[in-house]
Design a binder for this molecule. Sequence first.
Ligand SMILES: [Fe+2]
Ligand SMILES: [Fe+2]
Length: 163
Amino acid sequence: MGRTEKKILGKNAEVIIEALKRAYCDELRIFHYFWYVGINMEGIGLVTYAAALKTQATGEMAHAELLADRISELGDIAPSNPAEWEKYSTIGPLDPAKHLTLRAALERALDFEGMAVENYNNLAKKALELGDFVTYNLAATIMADEVKDEQHTEDVLKSLELK
Ligand SMILES: [Fe+2]
Ligand SMILES: [Fe+2]
């Protein structure tokens, strides 16, 4: 951590790092979910929606990178062991192989995109409260993406003709 930011944040940095690590684990698991479902999708979704899921996967991976960069800036390092990802994560069990049809995939996605919106909202609030404006800005930026993700998922689910 740069010495000035260290002086400004003091012990509060630990609280922020903890939240950033959780978010990082969520993003990587969500990345993997979209990527895996995009490759292994079953039924009509394979021809209509698999590519969109792969694109979404790269968006989530970009979030993970932004979080990892901020964790490094604060003097720590993102959780490297995949076994830790589920432990730190806030979005519950997530086995993409259980959600391979379009509707099932989107329904699970709607659930965790909503959680992501809440998590980044909480992180933004916490960062603001602790005077960490850099993390506040990051959380607000990622949150805007997650709001779009949730809305988009909701819209696609609504327009599905197959029940
Ligand atoms: Fe994300
Ligand atoms: Fe998302």
